[in-house]
Design a protein around this ligand. Structure first.
Ligand code: C2E
Ligand code: CA
Ligand code: CA
Ligand code: CA
Length: 274
């Protein structure tokens, strides 16, 4: 009957309305947080697999809220993307990271994630260059991480940005290798320095198929003269097996979880391998 349908329509509209209001509130919160530099960089060590010596850290965005909750990037990065504020966020996080790096006892590498959309913005390279100069951070320590899928969406501007960063001395890293669509053509398009094997392969590598895939990735990288980082190393056996397979670098909860800047500074000051 029309009556029931009408009631359903009104209910549906009420729900839509509430969702839209929640979404608008979230967008307003995120916008204010980016403008107020409320998001902070956390860091996860990347180690030499065989020795546990820290080679570098990956910067990972976190949003500490009032009341102590720490919100992860999965919840706010899509909103930041929608608002077109990814470069604002990344540059703010990098400025904080460069300042933290002054307390680090060694010149370890710093990995930063970039999405396709932000690399497509032609203003990124000049802004990044002035940030590096202002904060006196050596670009050779910078690792630019991009996902394969992101590369599919690259326009000329993004390619230029990556080439400019490379010319400054930064390393280029393919993130989540194996999960995208055209890994091989991407290796051909740009001179990458490193590839990060997606954690799904690493965690499955006791199985015959994933084991062979990981072997093939390590062989491919060594043939191309580039380094491999295994992601998602959660267990001792994974670290051991990766050493056997000749995977030079590793990252994962087995070695260390992502941590705030003060904890990283203490860890590095201790000088011990993980
Ligand atoms: P990603 O670049 O692949 O980063 C690695 C993610 O794996 C991180 O999640 C890290 O906490 C998690 N991880 C590390 N070791 C392990 C492990 O042993 N086991 C498991 N299960 N997970 C592990 P996180 O911090 O939640 O970040 C998720 C994604 O959000 C990142 O994936 C990256 O794509 C994106 N992201 C984070 N920060 C930024 C940022 O500043 N800019 C951009 N564009 N993306 C970011
Ligand atoms: Ca990454
Ligand atoms: Ca990854
Ligand atoms: Ca990932």
């Amino acid at each position: 009957s029309r009556g029931a349908e009408g009631a359903r329509t009104i209910l549906f509209e009420a729900r839509m309305d509430r969702e839209l209001r929640l979404e608008a509130a979230m967008e307003a919160d995120v916008k204010a947080a980016v403008a107020g530099e409320a998001m902070v960089p956390w860091f996860q060590p990347v180690v030499e697999t065989a020795t546990g010596v820290i080679f570098g850290v990956e910067m990972l965005a976190r949003w500490p809220r009032e009341g102590g909750e720490i919100v992860g990037p999965g919840e706010f990065i899509p909103v930041v993307e929608r608002l077109g504020l990814m470069n604002e966020l990344t540059l703010s996080l990098m400025r904080q990271a460069f300042r933290s790096a002054r307390d680090w006892p060694r010149d370890i590498h710093l990995g930063v994630n970039f999405s396709a959309s932000q690399l497509n913005e032609g203003t990124l390279p000049p802004r990044l260059l002035s940030l590096l100069q202002e904060e006196d951070f050596d670009p050779h320590r910078l690792e630019v991480e991009v996902t394969e899928d992101a590369l599919l969406n690259y326009e000329g501007a993004a390619m230029n940005a990556l080439n400019t960063l490379r010319e400054l001395g930064a390393s280029l890293v393919i993130d989540d290798f194996g999960m995208g669509y055209s890994s091989f053509s991407q290796l051909r398009t740009l001179a990458f320095d490193r590839l990060k094997i997606d954690r799904s392969f690493v965690q499955g590598m006791r199985g015959e198929l994933d084991g062979r895939i990981v072997d093939a990735m390590i062989g491919l990288a060594s043939g191309l003269g580039i380094d491999v980082v295994a992601e998602g190393v959660e267990e001792e056996w994974m670290a051991r097996l990766l050493v056997e397979k000749g995977c030079r670098f590793a990252q994962g909860f087995h070695f260390a979880r992502p941590m705030p800047a003060d904890r990283l500074a203490r860890l590095l000051a201790g000088g011990r391998p993980l």
